[in-house]
Design a protein around this ligand. Structure first.
Ligand SMILES: Cc1cc2nc3c(=O)[nH]c(=O)nc-3n(C[C@H](O)[C@H](O)[C@H](O)COP(=O)(O)O)c2cc1C
Length: 311
């Protein structure tokens, strides 16, 4: 898959997840086969750029290219400024968040709520594309609700505005994470666009990735929740797509090495105290570690709605 000057290979990418896809996790997923790993969303309001959380989210030192940074907001000029700021701080791809279902992202109707206002979507996309000379990508849901499944209209606006790739989560905004993702809308959008399309939602195994790619004709699959506690899923999917063969699961010795390496990276990135707290949510799901929830409960549907905080 090509995003501007960047060849994304393999075509299996990590979904942006606030509170999860921090730099240590992105680096881990890329080492284990993700072709691309977008950052957690960063708020477009400059008043928040100096908070500890934002400083961590905007730290891309040492990350392998291409560095994709997601921004969230509602004001075209502010998003354009945020895009410029992030490019100045290392972003090589800017991704715009219109996929987050939280009622209010950062106290504004950002994220997937923006999909209700197609004219505003056009203004935002045009402003951001004009503001930076790196590729701009967009992440959306299939629509606002079952009755307003307007992702195809947004997709057309995106392509016409110069967006270089479009990721679509196969749920509407009002579904949050309930039910199952549908892929027909993604297939319809792929059929009408020239830009690359990434299919997202409930991809949790190599076979599922293959099915979704076949059904949608998408250029890549995007994996979110299934990567948490199983970051090697990227190489498993990539291997299966390339060979039709399933890789054996990693040995406990390898899992131990991955786990300890991730722990060390988290401590180095956040410091001892915060690192321990953040490590708990990443490591609790890995094989061989104690868990509070059954593995099936943990990975099939999240135990609670995700927390989205942007500052
Ligand atoms: C904890 C969590 C945080 C998320 N944060 C973001 C975000 O910041 N930006 C975004 O576009 N989507 C966000 N999402 C949505 C994911 O990117 C993805 O679209 C969704 O989880 C569906 O993919 P999956 O079934 O592979 O998990 C988040 C999801 C979760 C579970």
């Amino acid at each position: 898959m090509q995003i501007g000057p960047y060849t994304i290979a393999p075509n299996v990418v990590l979904a942006p997840m606030a509170g999860v896809t921090d730099k240590p996790f992105r680096q881990l997923c890329k080492r284990l086969g993700a072709g691309l790993a977008a950052s957690e969303m960063t708020i477009s309001d400059p008043r928040f750029w100096t908070t500890r959380k934002s400083i961590h989210r905007m730290d891309h030192a040492g990350e392998p290219a291409p560095i994709s940074v997601q921004i969230a907001g509602t004001e075209p000029a502010q998003l354009a400024e945020a895009a410029r700021y992030n490019v100045d701080h290392g972003a090589q791809i800017i991704d715009i968040n219109m996929g987050c279902p939280a009622k209010k992202v950062c106290n504004a109707w950002a994220g997937s709520a923006l999909m209700r206002d197609e004219a505003l979507v056009a203004r935002i996309l045009q402003a951001v594309v004009a503001a930076v000379d790196v590729p701009v990508t967009l992440k959306i849901r299939t629509g606002w609700c079952a009755q307003v499944r307007n992702a195809p209209a947004i997709a057309r606006i995106a392509q016409d505005s110069g967006i270089k790739a479009l990721a679509i989560h196969g749920r509407t905004r009002d579904q949050h994470y309930i039910g199952t993702a549908e892929y027909d809308t993604i297939a319809a959008i792929k059929a009408m666009l020239d830009i690359p399309v990434l299919a997202n939602g409930d991809v949790d195994s190599p076979r599922k990735a293959e099915q979704v790619l076949k059904h949608t004709g998408a250029d890549a699959v995007m994996v979110g929740r299934a990567a948490q506690g199983r970051p090697w899923i990227f190489r498993e999917i990539a291997h299966y797509l390339a060979t039709g063969q399933e890789l054996p699961p990693p040995s406990l010795t390898e899992v131990r090495g991955i786990l300890l390496g991730h722990l060390t990276d988290l401590h180095a990135f956040y410091g001892e105290q915060q690192g321990v707290r953040i490590a708990r949510k990443h490591l609790a799901g890995m094989p061989g570690t104690a868990r509070r929830t059954r593995p099936s409960a943990r990975w099939s549907t999240p135990p609670r709605p995700p927390m989205h905080s942007c500052a």
